[in-house]
Each structure stands twice: as C-alpha cells, then as structure tokens.
Design a protein around this ligand. Structure first.
Ligand code: PMP
Length: 376
C-alpha cells in the first residue's frame, strides 16, 4: 500500500511501540499510587515530562500537561483560560482556518457570552499579522492561531503574532502546533501555550500534550483526581507518554534530513499537478511540505479518493476530523472562495518514510483514474 494520510495519523515508530510495550509489561503501576511500584511509574512519567520540555528547549519557564491528544489540549487551553481569566475581558481572537477542536470549542464559548473573532487568511493561507494588530485590544484575553494548517499546510508567522500580542500583557497566545511538531523548525518559546498529538509524529494514538507557561492557571474542564497539576483528572497513560517521548526525540533528531527529503517529494507532486489541467493546487508555496492539498476540476474528488483506495493508495478528501460530513473544505474555501474547488479537495500527507517511488506510483494511478472516472 501507499499511505499518504499521515496528517490524519502516522505509523508509530517501532522504537515508540517497543517503549509502549515495555512500560505496559514492566512498569504498569499507577504513578499516583503511594507505594514503590507507583513511584517507579511516577519517575518514568516525570522523566518523560522533563525530557520532552528539554527537547523543546522550554524547561526553564514552561510546564507540560499530558492529555489524550490535541483535541483535548485545545479544549483545556481555550476553555480553561477563558473561564479562569474572564474577569480580565471576554474577547478571544482566532482564525477561520483552525482545526474543528478549536472552532467548536470557541463556538461553545460564544454561547456563554464570549466575543469570538475569526480572522481571515491571506493568499498564503495564514492570518495577516496586520489583521491581528487591528483586532486585538485590552479586552482580549486569548489569541489562538495554529502553526501549520492541517488541510493546506500553510505556516503561520507565530513570531510576528507574538510581538503584537506581547503589547497586551493580559492576553495569552495559544497555538495548535499539531502538524508542525517534529516536522518543521519553529520557535516554540514565542507562544504561551502549545497543543499537540503524538500520533502525528510517530507516537502511539491517545497521547498528546499542552505546554504552558508556568504562571498560567486553568479552570479545569473536567473534574476528578489531582493528576496533571490538578488540571486534567484521570489515570495517566505512562506507556503512551514514554512512547511519545521516544517518537519526539527521533523526529527532532532527524528533522532536517526528513524536511529536505519531503520538500523534494512535495515539489515533485506539485510539478505534476500544476502542469495538468485536470487539477488545481491549493497549498500555497513555502507551506509545510508534509501536507499538500489540491482539487479535481472535472471529477468528483471523493470518487477519485475511493478509486485510489481501491488501489491501496490512501489519501483523504478533507481532514479526518470532518470526513464524516459532506466533503467540503472550509479551509480551502477560506483560501479560494470557490465552492466547487472546496468540495473537491484531496489532501496528500507525507511521513519521513514516504519515497519518490511512491509519489511516482501515486501520480501514475491518478493519471489512470482521471481517464476512467466520469466527469461530475
Ligand atoms: N489540531 C490539528 C491541527 C490536527 O491536525 C488534529 C488532528 N486531525 C487535531 C488538532 C486533533 O488531534 P487528535 O485527534 O489527536 O485529538
């Protein structure tokens, strides 16, 4: 098979699976149990926390809260901050192209009386810093803008947003870095809070994190035990967290080599699609090369995706979290303002294991399918 749906989830690294099995076999204790075996698990957990913060060069002023993944991290960051700091103001700024776990969380807060502003994206697929500068004011308590977009791969200039937000000391800056972490170089320290999922960079599913500045507190959105600084109750998934640490270490140590390899694959695919009148390329140039979005101009994208699937070539028509609905990419619509193009998107997403042979095979299969499938 050719698996080009790594933005939905990626194959875990063998080392990560081995670490997961090892902890489950040999250190399955509960890290808050008050006995030696529990404390052994606690030591593994705390070592992973420290090691991950060190890998991100954030150990001096940030904490790391472990979660089940980026959806939960986004919920804790956005709801937790909004409710904790509502006495400072009620305005939150985000973007029109965020992941559903950000947008739907913000929509809930809107129902509770918060003012939510969704900034548009420019032709390069990100929020123009000038728009943020115009929208932010003394009532703004949170700005939440993602790093790499999960549908088109556009990369937001987080450092530029950060300079604007810093002029408002009561406002926190959160970024969903799920599609950037372990893939592209970035300055993690320019934000106050960062959300991510480990299964996008070779960890196992069901683990993720929320990095946050040590001075930040949250209103817990779930109630229970005192785990994870008292902000996230429930027995902690030590094995999954150990696997996440292993995967992060591997991803970051190979980041440069992987990035240059994937950039070449991306350009190869772009070259073919840009020269074929059957397709329109959606991903702006200089986007995160791991994610590439294009649209079919004459055929139904969902039919093409199914035909590819029948050949064991796996891509997605919209992001996995929206794939149960009618396929329509609100992100591509925000970029192109074209309903037909937005209803017929295909997302190819690479992993460090992806190869030139696979891209060539994908292109050949696409050429064949485009001839076989009838026009929409
Ligand atoms: N944010 C972004 C940008 C994503 O791509 C995803 C995964 N589709 C998520 C959040 C949610 O991650 P998870 O499903 O692991 O909670």
């Amino acid at each position: 098979m050719i698996y080009f749906d790594n933005a939905a989830t990626s194959k875990p690294y063998v080392e990560a699976v081995e670490a997961f099995v090892d902890v489950n076999k040999n250190n399955f204790g509960n890290p808050i149990s008050n006995h030696g075996y529990g404390r052994k698990a606690e030591r593994i957990l705390e070592k992973s926390r420290e090691s991950m913060l060190n890998l991100l060069s954030l150990s001096s002023s940030f904490n790391l809260l472990f979660t089940s993944g980026a959806s939960e991290s986004n919920n804790i960051a956005i709801k937790g901050i909004a409710k904790k700091y509502k006495n400072r103001g009620n305005k939150i700024i985000s973007s029109i192209a965020e992941h559903s776990s950000v947008i739907n969380t913000l929509e809930k807060l809107k129902e509770e009386g918060f003012e939510v502003i969704y900034l548009p994206i420019n032709a390069l697929g990100y929020v123009d810093p000038k728009d943020l500068e115009k929208a932010i004011d003394d009532k703004t308590i949170l700005v939440s803008i993602m790093s790499s977009n999960n549908e088109i791969g556009s990369i937001s200039p987080l450092d530029e947003y950060s300079k604007i937000i810093k002029k408002y000391p009561k406002c926190f800056f959160h970024s969903d870095i799920t599609q950037s972490l372990g893939k592209i170089k970035m300055d993690y320290g320019c934000c106050d809070l960062l959300s991510f999922s480990s299964h996008k960079f070779g960890g196992v599913k069901g683990t993720g994190g929320l990095v946050f500045k040590k001075n930040i507190s949250f209103e817990p959105i779930e109630n229970g035990g005192e785990q994870e600084y008292g902000f996230r109750p429930g027995t902690v998934n030590v094995a999954g967290i150990k696997a996440m640490e292993v995967a992060l270490k591997k991803s970051l140590s190979n980041l440069d080599d992987n990035l240059s390899k994937i950039s070449k694959l991306n350009l190869l695919l772009r070259g073919f699609l840009e020269n074929n009148p059957q397709f329109a390329v959606n991903s702006p140039l200089n986007s995160n090369p791991y994610i590439f979005s294009f649209s079919t101009l004459k055929k139904k994208a969902s039919v093409v995706v199914e035909a590819l699937s029948n050949k064991e070539i796996y891509v997605s028509s919209v992001s996995a979290c929206n794939s149960k609905k009618e396929p329509f990419s609100y992100v591509v619509y925000a970029l192109t303002n074209d309903k037909e193009i937005s209803a017929n998107t295909i997302r190819v997403s690479f992993s460090p294991e992806s190869s030139e042979e696979e891209v060539n095979e994908f292109v050949n299969a696409l050429k064949q399918i485009i001839v076989e499938v009838k026009d929409r």
